[in-house]
Design a protein around this ligand. Structure first.
Ligand SMILES: O=C(O)c1ccccc1N[C@@H]1O[C@H](COP(=O)(O)O)[C@@H](O)[C@H]1O
Length: 213
């Protein structure tokens, strides 16, 4: 089995970006969601994007954003893909893909087998389904370090390209991949020393563990 592809989300500094590139992450995530401690201004995103060049793919994370906000993120962050992490419907997801001509990743919150089945609704609209842990009402919809029951994905016949998120860190990611067979893993808070503060050693450890799993 090929090693899973890796996305490190919530990059806010050149140091964290460089650590992802050195560790050969496949994707970095730029968060465009003001309530997040990882939110980027357009000018910060532009600086990081210029530094990254084509060395790593840049995924923009949006939560129920309108076209204007997505367009600003796409331009500033020179994005390669869009991650929709709110309650976007299949119709809105398809609309965003058509409007921006970029691959769209749709994050789905998971707490039960029913939530996993909902991926079918997005089969035609999204290029990748990202299964993430459901967060409490009123909390951020992601980036909280919460894990869901990975056995819900064990042996599941996926109808679409997919990835795993939610509380992944250097200590648990090998087990998560073993149980789910995830072809892509995504982490944010699991490679931080505090909310929004990336730890370059944890980024390196996460990538090394995934490559070795
Ligand atoms: O990272 C954030 O601040 C964030 C804010 C709003 C929605 C999603 C967010 N992050 C994404 O959430 C998952 C899981 O994160 P974690 O590893 O549990 O911290 C991941 O896809 C992040 O990209």
């Amino acid at each position: 089995m090929n090693a899973p592809r890796i996305k490190i989300c919530g990059i806010t500094t050149p140091q964290a970006l460089d650590a992802c590139i050195v560790a050969r992450a496949d994707y970095v995530g730029f968060v465009f969601f003001p309530p997040s401690p990882r939110n980027l201004t357009p000018s910060d995103a532009a600086e990081l994007a210029a530094r990254a060049g084509t060395r790593v793919q840049k995924v923009g994370l949006f939560v129920d954003a309108d076209d204007l906000a997505i367009a600003e993120g796409v331009r500033a962050g020179r994005l390669d893909a869009l991650q929709l992490h709110g309650s976007e419907s299949p119709e809105r997801t398809a609309q965003v893909r058509a409007r921006f001509g970029l691959p769209v990743w749709k994050a789905l919150p998971v707490a039960s087998a029913y939530d996993v089945e909902r991926a079918l609704l997005y089969r035609a609209a999204a290029d990748l389904i990202l299964f993430d842990a459901k967060t409490p009402k009123g909390a951020l919809p992601g980036g909280m370090g919460l894990v869901f029951d990975w056995s819900l994905l064990s042996g599941y016949r996926h109808a679409a390209n997919w990835g795993l998120a939610g509380g992944l860190n250097p200590d648990n990611v090998a087990e998560a991949v073993r149980i789910t067979g995830a072809p892509l893993v995504d982490t944010s808070s699991g490679v931080e020393s505090a909310p929004g503060i990336k730890d370059v050693d944890r980024i390196a450890a996460f990538c090394a563990t995934v490559r070795g799993s």
